[in-house]
Design a protein around this ligand. Structure first.
Ligand SMILES: C[S@@+](CC[C@H](N)C(=O)[O-])C[C@H]1O[C@@H](n2cnc3c(N)ncnc32)[C@H](O)[C@@H]1O
Length: 224
């Protein structure tokens, strides 16, 4: 399964940014027809608003992908200690080049598996996870690991696909994207995701646009 993910993101590395940012007419048509026109650029902007530019703690970005949505934000976050992790070397390499070209020096790029994070418990103040959970092969482990490495009171800011909102999008996901390895089932509905989150988090912001959810949640256990 993991090698399928690696191969699929290797194959798409040169078109990934264009599709996600709707850089061409074809990409815009794809988003319009299969994703109800929901704009990933806009969702990314909303999620990134959950993180202040002046943030000066430790942030884990998993999966960083190519850094297409985050690199401009990170240029402004000069006081933060940022770790950007991805399973695909090909995606990570593009993120690394982007950060280098920007001249940012506070980002560590790390290859790894979200289901087996090599960080101590409570290492991070914020975990950012954009468009990752629909790709992660083991959602339970991904959630458990992200929660483990977050400090109590730490924040999870995320966006990703949820099933059950659009027949067309669900058909695309199951018949094409999952088969190719860009997405990996099983997927949560919004209700399943909320139940999962509420076990360990207080959900402070929650929005659904088409088949995409974005939210901010605070890990329980910080005390009064
Ligand atoms: C759709 S991309 C999202 C990238 C980026 N956050 C963005 O919004 O553009 C999904 C990413 O998840 C990564 N990925 C898949 N399984 C992973 C795992 N087990 N651990 C870490 N990253 C993983 C893929 O390599 C890919 O780069």
């Amino acid at each position: 399964m993991s090698d399928k993910i690696k191969e699929s993101y290797k194959a798409s590395k040169n078109i990934y940014d264009d599709v996600l940012t709707q850089g061409s007419f074809r990409s815009r048509m794809y988003i319009k027809c299969f994703w109800g026109g929901v704009d990933d650029n806009e969702i990314a902007r909303e999620v990134l608003k959950y993180i202040p530019d002046r943030f000066s703690g430790k942030l884990l970005d998993v999966p960083v992908g190519t850094g297409v949505f985050t690199h401009e934000k990170y240029r402004r976050m000069t006081k933060a200690d940022i770790t950007s992790l991805d399973y695909s070397e090909d995606m990570l390499e593009q993120a690394k080049t982007r950060f280098e070209n920007d001249g940012t020096t506070n980002i560590h790029t790390v290859r790894g598996d979200v289901g087996d994070l090599r960080f101590d418990d409570g290492t991070f103040d914020i975990v950012l996870s954009m468009n990752g959970f629909h790709a992660f092969p083991d959602k339970d482990r991904a959630f458990a690991e992200i929660t483990r490495v977050l400090k109590p009171g730490g924040k999870l800011a995320a966006c990703f696909y949820i099933k059950g909102r659009s027949l067309i999008t669900d058909a695309l996901v199951n018949n094409v994207l999952a088969r190719k390895g860009w997405f990996t089932p099983p997927f949560d509905t919004s209700a399943q995701l909320m139940r999962r989150l509420e076990r360990s988090y207080e959900v402070t912001n929650w929005h659904i646009r088409g088949s995409m959810v974005y939210f901010r949640a605070v890990k329980k256990g910080a005390g009064k």
